[in-house]
Design a protein around this ligand. Structure first.
Ligand code: HEC
Length: 181
């Protein structure tokens, strides 16, 4: 009787040790894929954050005074920004930028209220230095954030144009946010 309970205790102890290893191997293919995707995402974010964009030289770009309604970004860059927005911003700000349970609207009337008479540089700087909360600036480099801003402007109703909006403070600082004419 005494020997039996010893073996029982030993067997229980062994199974307790073995369980975590067994549990790891019992991850479903979906769980494994999810874990791998999370790891890849974290690595991509780290790599992107580690490779800041060089500002584009002012001599190479349009730095004239414009507004967000002058076709100041390209459709292609808004598309690139959309992919990043969908992954990193949409959960809080909504699929159309009209806000959600986790964050305010960043388009429409709310955007007008907070940002009219500011420059795109101000808006970009806020996004780059504050968003997403707790991991600001980590989802890509400066140009990636400029592309997200292009997509936000598109969601707000601005049409794309022929030339790209780039990471250049003279350019971004001279594009003004005004109400739709
Ligand atoms: C976890 C939720 C969350 C995520 C994800 C998130 N935000 Fe926000 N965002 C907020 C909250 C909350 C505020 C309001 C607080 C503040 O202004 O600091 C805000 C404010 C903003 C504002 C200012 C709005 C205004 O007019 O006051 C901008 C612009 C913005 N976010 C852009 C972004 C972008 C771009 C991303 C993706 C890179 C992003 N946010 C991701 C929660 C989030």
């Amino acid at each position: 009787m005494k020997a039996n309970s010893f073996y029982l205790a030993a067997a229980l102890a062994l199974s307790a040790i073995a369980l975590p290893a067994y549990a790891q191997h019992s991850m479903t293919p979906e769980q494994k894929a999810e874990a791998a995707a999370k790891k890849a995402e974290a690595e991509a974010a780290a790599a992107a954050a580690a490779a800041p964009a060089e500002p584009v030289a002012s001599g190479d770009v349009d730095t004239s005074e414009r507004t967000i309604w002058d076709g100041v970004f390209t459709a292609a860059q808004a598309e690139a920004g959309k992919a990043l927005y969908t992954t990193n911003c949409q959960t809080c700000h909504g699929a159309t930028g009209r806000g959600g349970p986790g964050g305010p609207a960043i388009t429409g009337a709310f955007f007008n209220k907070n940002w009219v008479d500011s420059s795109v540089l101000d808006f970009y700087t806020f996004a780059h230095t504050q968003m997403p909360p707790g991991k600001a600036g980590t989802i890509g480099n400066e140009q990636d954030y400029v592309n997200i801003v292009a997509y936000v402007l598109e969601m707000h109703g601005a049409d794309p144009g022929a030339s790209e909006m780039v990471y250049n403070e003279d350019q971004l600082g001279n594009i003004f946010i005004v109400k739709k004419p």
